[in-house]
Ligand binder design. Structure first.
Ligand code: CP3
Length: 356
């Protein structure tokens, strides 16, 4: 593969320019399914220490690229770094997932929240971006990211169990003005955070709206998509970020694809419940599409993985504007060699016809 084509494949597909074959990267490409990740994670002591030590975060960012023929890198961090920087103090518990030592429990807690100082509180993310960019040179582009304000809020409000959205939905229906206040602080924080990532060298920015899909139709538009649109508009007006393509991913967001395409994003991430050809018709090739293999397929045989990759490629159909990905993150516990099968299959089966 020529050195000049490879670095451009992902960025060209995002702009819907022609590519030699379909680019592929995978959400959570760095993570617990890799033994070398688990080793560094142990060395770091805990997850947040790993994120906050740029030397180690650099190493785990690059680990999947050393193993697989991926077309993009994503900076190793987490969406919950913003609430952590706001003073909520993040911990990741092995059997529970993310938890805050000081979640939002009262109106006063929300009223007291401030936009964090990005340089002093989140500078470690920018530092990792800088060193990874310097090391990648122009081999493959580097993606920076943030959670959406709504998704961050779902984690910040105190709740009893991890899959319980009653607390945040209760706030939405009982005190919408208070929720909007929280979303406003987060909107400004995410905007500044993403601009800082662009300034540090991120070449694409992705907004993860993991929990937008739990909202009722009109509530999604008002409480999840509106703050996201404000962020994108701001990024498009700012010198340091205006040329950077933005990928917007709402898990379970199929019903809102046309409205998502109106935000000014370059691409929409699709989960596996939607046909890419149907999504493509809806957006009328105005934006690129990213996705959308069901991650659990990685537990099946290499032969089946290849067949499913072929299916996703043919579902998207001919023409450009497709970035291959999973519909959500790589699950822990899969065999890393299955990721190699997937990545190689995407390149091999998209050379003639699919991506022109
Ligand atoms: O994609 C990558 O390789 C970059 C790194 C990345 C992580 N988290 C590392 C991580 C990214 C892009 C994220 C985003 C993220 N974090 C999202 C949005 C995407 C999605 O999955 O919907 C969300 C909702 C989170 C919040 C979060 N952080 C959860 C739910 C968990 C626990 C999940 C689990 O697997 O236990 C985390 C922790 C986390 N973030 C891990 C990793 C590798 C596992 C932590 C560990 O090493 O123990």
């Amino acid at each position: 593969m020529s050195k000049n084509i490879r670095p451009q494949r992902f960025l060209r597909a995002l702009q819907r320019d022609t590519v030699d074959c379909t680019p592929v990267w995978l959400m959570r490409q760095a993570g617990r399914y890799l033994p070398e990740y688990r080793e560094i994670r142990k060395q770091a002591g805990d997850f947040l220490a790993l994120c906050k030590t740029p030397k180690l975060a650099r190493e785990v960012t690059l680990q999947p690229l050393n193993r697989f023929d991926l077309d993009a890198a994503i900076v190793f961090s987490d969406i919950l770094t913003i609430p952590d920087a706001m003073g909520l103090a993040l911990t990741i518990e092995e059997s529970y997932g993310p938890k805050f030592k000081r979640p939002l429990r009262s109106e006063k807690d929300i009223n007291n929240l401030r936009v964090p100082n990005i340089d002093s509180e989140l500078g470690y993310v920018m530092e990792t971006i800088k060193i990874v960019r310097a090391e990648l040179e122009e081999q493959v582009p580097l993606i920076g990211f943030s959670g959406s304000p709504w998704t961050l809020a779902t984690y910040m409000i105190d709740r009893n169990s991890r899959d319980d959205f009653n607390a945040i939905k209760g706030l939405l229906y009982q005190q919408p003005t208070l929720l909007k206040k929280l979303l406003d602080v987060l909107t400004e924080s995410v905007t500044r955070y993403l601009i800082a990532q662009a300034r540090a060298g991120a070449q694409t920015l992705m907004i993860f709206d993991t929990w937008g899909g739990v909202l009722a139709h009109n509530d999604y538009l008002e409480f999840s998509l509106l703050p996201i649109s404000i962020i994108i508009k701001e990024l498009k007006q700012h010198n340091e970020s205006k040329k950077i393509p933005i990928i917007l991913f709402t898990k379970g967001g199929n019903s809102w694809i046309t409205q998502m395409a109106d935000t000014g994003c370059a691409a929409i991430g699709c989960d596996w419940t939607m046909s890419l050809s149907a999504a493509r018709k809806l957006v009328n090739d105005r934006v690129a599409l990213q996705g959308n293999l069901d991650p659990t397929i990685l537990f099946s045989s290499p032969k089946n993985i290849e067949a499913q990759v072929k299916y996703v490629l043919s579902d998207f159909g001919n023409g450009t504007g497709h970035v291959f990905n999973l519909g959500h993150g790589i699950p822990p516990g899969i065999n890393p060699s299955h990721v190699a099968t997937l990545v190689d299959a995407v390149h091999e089966f998209s050379q003639n016809g699919h991506a022109v």
